[in-house]
Design a binder for this molecule. Structure first.
Ligand SMILES: Nc1ncnc2c1ncn2[C@@H]1O[C@H](COP(=O)(O)OP(=O)(O)O)[C@@H](O)[C@H]1O
Ligand SMILES: [Mg+2]
Length: 232
């Protein structure tokens, strides 16, 4: 843990990842170290194809690393192994993910989409429903809870996805270009909401973005170049 005795929401050490490409091997991530303090935010910028999504996938254990160490809220998880069912349940509790394309289930209404997170973590109780409604209110779409996602604007859909990511009170939020599909105004609103919500909920945020002013708004701005992170 760090010398300031702050809880690290997320810590990665020496993560590396290659992909086979025909006869060749693509070295995408070489040696990635990353620490995110609870309630703080880190942005990552980098050219298209440099490995940002690959990195977030390793941090969420949605893909396996070649080497490296990974800690969620101080809890060691082996990023070289595919997650077992216990790991997946821990992920549902400790890590929330927000994607550019929202990934809401079209057949489910807004409230049901948010409650999906509770289902992944175990079961949907009264508390989860209460929390979901509170979050929908918090992100400004409480009057839409019975609606299907297709009736919502992009900005509203992303707000619902953020509520879903926060439902289980995760320690870590991973956001992969969350404003990539939004117009400038809703992008700004969504970004403000995400930064504020992570601070209030004491979750560490890793934000992948192409937007330089959003990157600057985080507590620490990093860039991914040639498979390594460095200050932007
Ligand atoms: N499953 C995979 N198999 C082979 N190559 C992949 C795979 N996933 C990603 N890549 C390659 O790894 C590189 C990094 O991809 P990605 O992490 O999506 O970049 P970014 O998110 O920074 O745009 C790209 O060259 C991509 O084609
Ligand atoms: Mg990407």
């Amino acid at each position: 843990m760090s010398e300031h005795n702050q809880t690290l929401a997320l810590e990665a050490k020496g993560l590396a990842k290659t992909f086979p490409y025909g006869e060749e091997i693509l070295e995408i991530l070489l040696d990635v170290d990353l620490s995110v303090v609870a309630g703080k935010s880190v942005s990552i910028r980098g050219e298209s194809g440099c490995g940002k999504t690959t990195l977030l996938n390793l941090l969420a254990r949605l893909d396996v690393a070649d080497v490296g160490e990974l800690y969620w809220n101080g809890e060691a998880h082996d990023p070289k192994l595919p997650p077992g069912s216990r790991d997946s349940a821990r992920r549902a509790f400790l890590v929330g993910v927000v994607y550019q394309a929202y990934y809401l289930i079209p057949e489910m209404n807004v409230l049901e989409n948010v409650l999906l997170a509770a289902r992944l973590a175990g079961s949907i109780g009264k508390d989860a429903k209460h929390r979901a409604r509170e979050l929908l209110d918090r992100v400004g779409v409480s009057n839409r809870e019975r609606q299907l996602p297709q009736k919502l604007s992009g900005g509203e859909r992303q707000r619902v996805a953020i509520a879903r990511a926060l439902l289980n009170r995760p320690k870590v939020i991973l956001a992969d270009e969350p404003t990539g599909n939004l117009d400038e105004r809703s992008a700004g609103d969504v970004m403000e909401l995400l930064l504020e919500a992570c601070r209030e909920e004491d979750a560490g945020l890793v934000l992948v973005t192409h937007n330089p002013s959003f990157a600057k708004a985080t507590d620490e701005a990093l860039k991914l170049v040639k498979g390594e992170l460095s200050p932007a």
